[in-house]
Design a protein around this ligand. Structure first.
Ligand SMILES: Cc1cc2nc3c(=O)[nH]c(=O)nc-3n(C[C@H](O)[C@H](O)[C@H](O)COP(=O)(O)OP(=O)(O)OC[C@H]3O[C@@H](n4cnc5c(N)ncnc54)[C@H](O)[C@@H]3O)c2cc1C
Ligand code: SF4
Ligand code: SF4
Length: 437
């Protein structure tokens, strides 16, 4: 009956039907409620073009550009510095292949675990653990994958540390560049074509990215090739590359020197300090924790410069699309203060392939089986949306006229309750040394 209603709407207005369908897809109702493939209907009747995908839904994954046989899709930046597709009408042959591969328009479904096994873990290599964002599970999985003659694909900073993009790696040197979280959007232009070239030539690849990038990879291949292994992470949301660039630019001006290295979540003051560390070519260093660094305040506390669609992310659910999901095991019980300060990863095994990947590195890691509920207590963004700050627009308007830190200071406001909570937390941290959680 529901299908007939949709068809009726569809005959009245094809465009409206596309919009309704997109709503159904983004709400995840398609597979639950509708028995017939709505995609078939849309393919037949749709006049939707890729640049019709709303700014509030497009993830900027850039699959549409990589799949286009005529290179007719280019990406412009909006005023917030996020990428959105534009069609070059002179090249477009209206084949609609981009629409068919867009992971937002089409529901990406996989047959992964509904009750994934959950582990807390960290690498036994202390140096790698210190250098990693949480417990270093990514490094160990990727290292073993390289040793087994595979390739890795992940996010790397540009040479000037002012942007990031997805690259392919084959060596430990490449891995050293790819490891570590960069908390702003990575440019995936061209990565899907490179993945396909490797898979087509019989190579194995371990891809790591945001859950929406993993959805994009699956959508690009219209499935998951046997030799493609997928990792994602718990993702709160992705930040504006423009905001990040402005932040780095301001630091370079302040320190009167070029940036040599950036490290987010430096552990000098402990994992939970979320400190940002920047090294300059004149030898000076910037190291500030979550309560004093304007980037971390604007992101973790403020949600001031997150991509618009992240507020209604389709991927904060189970089953996950990746083989393994990694993240920070915030608030874990029963670990020593020392282990907590050094970083603990949470690991979700979502598929048979994921199980095998973790088994391959179990001799290099400390692993403990944990309950799913334990993760949610300290890491709500596994399932919950992160709403944007009410002053998000003010931030981006201000950023045009003033340095990054000033724009954050102007836009970032806390309620009295939030302020009290923050100060109590700082106070307790300074006076208490925990032995057990
Ligand atoms: C934007 C963002 C938001 C996150 N939000 C949360 C959260 O809310 N809760 C939580 O528990 N964990 C979150 N994480 C994950 C967390 O920061 C760690 O990456 C994770 O715990 C794995 O740590 P690790 O030490 O094993 O791996 P790492 O050494 O950190 O390596 C992680 C992998 O992530 C890839 N990566 C890094 N930056 C990006 C990027 N910008 N885009 C795409 N891929 C990237 C790298 O290529 C690498 O393959 C987030 C990560 C990012 C990048
Ligand atoms: S394929 Fe990706 S970038 Fe292109 S419209 Fe869809 S979500 Fe946006
Ligand atoms: S919150 Fe969702 S949509 Fe936003 S970057 Fe993360 S996975 Fe993608």
């Amino acid at each position: 009956m529901y299908d007939s209603i949709i068809y009726l709407f569809g005959f009245c207005s094809v465009l409206t039907a596309s919009k309704i369908r997109r709503k159904i897809v983004t709400k995840g109702w398609e597979s639950k409620v509708f028995k017939i493939p709505i995609n078939a209907f849309v393919e037949r009747w749709s006049i939707i073009m890729i640049d019709d995908v709303k700014q509030t839904e497009c993830t900027g994954c850039k699959v549409c550009a990589d799949i286009c046989p005529k290179e007719a899709i280019v990406f412009g930046e909006n005023k917030e510095g996020f990428w959105y597709p534009q069609i070059d009408e002179s090249r477009c042959i209206k084949c609609n292949i981009c629409v068919k591969h867009c992971p937002v328009i089409n529901n990406v479904i996989v047959d992964n675990n509904l009750n994934p096994d959950v582990y807390a873990g960290w690498t036994l290599n202390n140096h790698i653990r210190y250098e990693s964002t949480s417990g270093g599970v990514y490094y160990e999985l990727a290292k073993k994958f390289l040793e087994d003659n595979g390739y890795i694909a992940g996010c790397a900073f540009s040479d000037d540390y002012k942007s990031a993009k997805h690259v392919i790696g084959k060596t430990t040197e490449d891995l050293n560049v790819i490891m570590g979280s960069k908390y702003f959007q990575s440019d995936t232009n061209g990565i899907y074509i490179k993945l396909k070239a490797l898979i087509d030539s019989g190579e194995k690849v371990l891809f790591c990215g945001t859950p929406c990038q993993v959805a994009a990879v699956i959508s690009f291949f219209q499935g998951i090739p046997d030799d493609l292994f997928l990792l994602d992470f718990i993702c709160k949301g992705i930040n504006s590359p423009l905001a990040y660039k402005a932040y780095m630019h301001e630091l370079e001006e302040k320190y009167r020197s070029k940036i040599l290295k950036v490290r987010m979540k430096n552990k000098k003051y402990g994992w939970e300090s979320l400190a940002t560390h920047v090294i300059f070519s004149n030898g000076k260093e910037y190291l500030k924790d979550r309560y004093n660094d304007w980037w971390i305040l604007g992101y973790t506390c403020g949600n001031l410069f997150m991509r618009e669609n992240c507020q209604r992310c389709q991927h904060k659910k189970i089953p996950r699309l990746s083989d393994i999901t990694i993240g920070d095991f915030w608030g874990i019980n029963g670990c020593s203060q020392k282990d907590y300060e050094e970083g603990i990863s949470v690991i979700f095994i979502n598929s048979k392939k994921g199980k095998k990947l973790l088994e391959n590195v179990q001799d290099r890691m400390h692993l403990e089986s944990r309950k799913f509920e334990d993760v949610l207590k300290g890491n709500p963004y596994f399932m919950e949306q992160a709403p944007a700050h009410k002053n998000r627009e003010l931030f981006f308007t201000s950023l045009k006229e003033m340095p990054f830190s000033k724009a954050v200071r102007l836009s970032y406001t806390e309620s009295t309750v939030q302020k009290c909570k923050r100060w109590i937390k700082i106070f307790l941290k300074r006076i208490c040394k925990r032995k057990k959680w």
